[in-house]
Design a protein around this ligand. Structure first.
Ligand SMILES: [Zn+2]
Length: 506
């Protein structure tokens, strides 16, 4: 259904695409309408504004489920909503029911669903340092909505699915037995698929316009992008990945932008709206820091926490320890770990599908298509368990895979997958065994002791040092790097007396 039938026409590209695919023209035509925000003719399939809203409403619960739910910190929720709505007032398409949600995850990202549903993660909020930087991110997402990039993208690609695969920790293992790679559920998340560079440029240009009109300094869009880039580089070092490589859930991957392009967008916006290019408008640093003071930092205990090599889930009341040198990452569906040598592990849970024992589960459910070796039953922490190994092909050659299933309850099994490059299989055999055997239940008392980290904002004292203030961060030898990213301090740069700094309290 199209809102603007008068503008209905096919352009040559769509016509050719329709003919080339052999599809009936009626089915592949779609709508071309002039977008009120971008001023472009845009191909939005058969999606009307009402369709946008209906789609956003339908996908909203999926987003919440996949990204840890909504963050309930009351000081922040109303604040983000207020800023978002002030920006939305400057936007075209006032008929969208704009809604801004903070997602309770340490993943660093922001995204939008069609119809005005806009998301920003707790991880991203921890990196921003002013209200203007937050406004820059929200404006950019708002622009994806008003320019209807989501609908355009679907019109062009009809792609709405991405899998939560091991790729997200940079371990692209191709050719692994497919059922072993089916980790948790696949989520319908067109929202976090990457946009094109053209869409990004357009979102920045429109975003600069919205934030400037709302009174913010549009330079904040570029300063924050620089912080996000710094952060992704520290993360890459932390995970032993090549510089510039980020996981597919990071904003640098879903919104491919460079500081240079953002500055160009700022100039383009200035030309279009005769606004001053940068230098004007408010930053509102103190207001922002006041609001994020006390926010949960890192994993929320409700989703399980990682402390060094140990993963503890106080709600499921379980815990295990990864081998030394592994860096663990928690996400709603699984815990993934990576070692700089290329070894990797994954922990999750899968449906029992009626399997009577762990042996049966491994053999005929989880790895039914794989050639398993040395399949054996065992007992771990008093629970029925089974293990076996198989082989696969990784990005850099053959890999050895140790699978371990442990009974959770009648309906589910916990699953460990330990992967190593084939030539390291011997080296990892014992550490992996120890890690699997470390799995155990925890008492209510132990569970109650698990507390979240909090982000606190404190004034620097004259006797403070970066090393001292960074000590409480949970990133080991990368603590200082992380501290600098949190506080916009370049390498070698120090803070000023009384400067307000973000620190982490355990
Ligand atoms: Zn974007």
């Amino acid at each position: 259904m199209c809102l603007e039938p008068a503008n209905y026409h096919l352009n040559r590209r769509q016509l050719l695409a329709g003919l080339a695919s052999g599809a009936a023209l009626a089915g592949s035509a779609g709508c071309v309408a002039t977008n009120a925000a971008s001023g472009r003719d845009s191909f939005t399939g058969f999606q009307s504004i009402e369709d946008d809203i209906a789609q956003g409403r339908a996908d909203h619960p999926k987003i919440l489920k996949s990204f840890g739910g909504a963050y309930e910190g009351s000081r922040l929720v109303g604040y983000v909503q207020k800023i978002g709505l002030a920006l939305a007032k400057q936007a075209e398409y006032q008929q969208y029911p704009y809604r801004f949600t903070i997602l309770n995850t340490q993943i660093v990202n922001a995204f939008a669903l069609p119809g005005g549903f806009i998301y920003i993660t707790r991880g991203l909020l921890s990196l921003a340092s002013s209200e203007a930087e937050l406004a820059g991110v929200l404006s950019h997402e708002l622009a994806h909505v008003t320019a209807r990039h989501g609908a355009e993208r679907q019109g062009a690609q009809q792609v709405a699915q991405i899998g939560l695969l091991l790729g997200s920790i940079g371990l692209q293992v191709a050719g692994l037995p497919s059922e072993l790679m089916q980790i948790g559920q696949t989520v319908a998340l067109a929202a976090i698929k990457g946009y094109s560079r053209e869409h990004e440029f357009e979102a920045d240009t429109l975003g600069v316009r919205y934030m400037s009109k709302a009174g913010y300094n549009a330079d904040a869009m570029a300063t924050f992008l620089a912080s996000l880039r710094e952060h992704s580089q520290v993360e890459a070092r932390l995970l032993g990945l090549p510089p510039g490589k980020v996981d597919e859930f990071n904003i640098m991957s879903t919104h491919p932008r460079t500081v240079e392009r953002v500055k160009q967008a700022q100039q383009a916006a200035a030309r279009q709206s005769s606004a001053q290019p940068g230098g004007k408008g408010e930053w509102r640093r103190d207001e922002y820091l006041d609001r994020i003071d006390g926010m949960v930092f890192g994993d929320d205990p409700k989703q399980g926490v990682i402390r060094g090599q140990v993963f503890t889930h106080p709600v499921l009341r379980i815990k295990f320890q990864a081998p030394d040198g592994f860096h663990l990452r928690n996400s709603p569906n699984r815990v993934a770990g990576r070692h700089p040598s290329g070894a990797a592990m994954n922990f999750d849970a899968g449906p029992a599908k009626g399997a009577a024992s762990a042996y049966d589960y491994l053999d005929s459910v989880w790895a039914s298509q794989s050639r398993l070796h040395d399949l054996e039953s065992l007992t771990i922490d008093g629970r029925d368990a089974a293990t076996a190994w198989t082989t696969g092909r990784g990005q850099k050659g053959p890999v050895h895979i140790r699978a371990l299933a442990i009974r959770r309850n009648q309906k589910e099994f916990y699953r460990f997958m330990f992967i190593s490059p084939q030539d390291q299989a011997q080296r990892w055999a014992r550490p992996y065994r120890r890690s699997g055997l470390s799995f155990r239940s925890i008492s209510r008392r132990e569970a109650a002791k698990v507390r979240a980290y909090r982000l606190l904002v404190v004034p620097a004292r004259t006797d403070d040092s970066i090393a001292g203030l960074a000590r409480t961060l949970p990133y080991g030898r990368f603590n200082e790097d992380w501290f600098r990213v949190l506080n916009d301090l370049a390498p070698g740069q120090t803070f000023k007396p009384n400067q307000r700094l973000k620190v982490v309290a355990g």
